[in-house]
Design a protein around this ligand. Structure first.
Ligand SMILES: Cc1ncc(COP(=O)(O)O)c(C=O)c1O
Length: 370
């Protein structure tokens, strides 16, 4: 008998971490997947008040407090989507929500179609559920082509993952694509797992959810990116009642309930003033333009990211190492899948000043590797 499960032996710690470890202590870090803004004061305050009032010492209901789930349903209503608070599970970040969805839907041997390049968790969580990840190549503009997804569906397919705006590409799927994803999920009776954690961070175009167009969809979201609350660990999943009931079985045993103080903070963030989001998105848009101009100046081709806070230029061989050697952390594209090779992921969740400094290192690295 082997000491560890085959499932856990099939995954490893994300390649992103290795890059961080390789970089010096005072490196400029353009590898981070989190906004560089504080959590809104009113969200922090709500958690502090709840702690001081003794309201967070006990488990909440498994799905999360009724008030939080109502605030989540109200957010969906603002976006024109009808969500019953009973069909929501508050989770420990979007990460747990993705895990619940995989565990509840993927059988050993099932296939899960994932975007390549795509967020590192899709591959790992599929394997942990006993499934086989099937990478789907992206279009030239780094969006996921519904036709490519449909062509990759087999009798073994349990689910396909859509992430828009996307990590690591910043690409935003069109409303027409989202409608297609919903149709494909319904027609082939597979789950469309829609990761919408960056939904509010859109510069061009608009975010629409496949949930608006079909039944076979589970939506994963979180306060992490929208309200700069990555450390609070608060996300959610919403789907049809039968799917939520299955995901709740997993959640109940692995988590019991999301952290109570974080639930109070999230409720306040979701129901309080939303202008904090506009300020953050405005700052990201400015930084994106600085980065894209700089990369274009160096002659690096970068599909224009329409959302999130990542760009993915095509880079010469050795470029990532040359940039890291010059004190700037960027992540090699292959950390996100085989098709990421030849690209780098650059996160621009840093000030314009820092970005300009980093661009100088990238310019030197480009000269050295061309
Ligand atoms: C696409 C995507 N989905 C989900 C997550 C997980 O988010 P959370 O911090 O809420 O667990 C991340 C985090 O980087 C992400 O980039």
């Amino acid at each position: 008998m082997s000491r560890f499960s085959a499932r856990v032996e099939a995954i490893s710690i994300s390649g992103i971490r290795e890059v961080f470890e390789a970089a010096g202590e005072d490196a400029i870090n353009l590898g981070l997947g989190q906004p560089d803004f504080p959590t809104p004061d009113h969200a922090r305050r709500a958690a502090v008040d709840a702690i001081e009032a003794g309201e967070v010492d006990a488990y909440t209901s498994n799905k999360g407090t009724r008030e939080l789930r109502e605030a989540i349903a109200a957010k969906h209503a603002r976006d024109g989507q009808s969500v019953d608070p009973e069909d929501v599970i508050a989770t420990a970040g979007g990460s747990e929500a993705l895990h619940l969805a995989m565990e509840a839907h993927v059988e050993p041997g099932d296939e899960v179609l994932i975007p390549d390049p795509g967020f590192v968790a899709y591959d790992a969580l599929t394997k942990l559920a006993g499934g086989t990840p099937v990478p789907v190549e992206l279009r030239e503009d780094l969006t996921l082509d519904p036709a490519a997804v449909e062509a990759a569906i087999t009798d073994e397919t349990a689910a396909f993952v859509v992430c828009s705006p996307a990590n690591p590409t910043g690409a935003v799927q069109s409303p027409a694509d989202m409608r297609e994803f919903a149709r494909i999920a319904d027609e082939h009776d597979v789950l469309c797992l829609s990761d919408e954690v960056y939904e509010q961070i859109v510069f061009d175009g608009e975010h629409r959810s496949p949930m608006e167009f079909g039944e076979n969809v589970a939506v994963v979201n979180a306060c992490s990116k929208t309200y700069s609350m990555t450390g609070w660990r608060l996300g959610w999943v919403t789907s049809t009642t039968d799917r939520i009931e299955r995901m709740l079985r997993v959640h109940q045993y692995v988590q019991a309930c999301a952290s109570a103080p974080a639930q109070y903070a999230a409720e306040a963030a979701l129901s309080g003033p939303q202008d904090v989001i506009d300020e953050m998105v405005g700052a990201f848009a400015e930084r994106r333009d600085v980065l894209l101009d700089g990369l274009a100046d160096m002659g690096l081709e970068t599909p224009t990211p329409s959302g999130a806070f990542y760009a993915m230029p095509r880079v010469p061989e050795g470029w990532v190492d040359a940039v890291i050697d010059r004190g700037v952390v960027v992540v090699p594209g292959e950390a996100f899948g085989a098709n990421g090779a030849g690209h780098a992921r650059i996160s621009y969740a840093v000030s314009v000043e820092t970005l300009k400094e980093a661009l100088e290192a990238m310019r030197a690295a480009t000269r050295a590797t061309r």
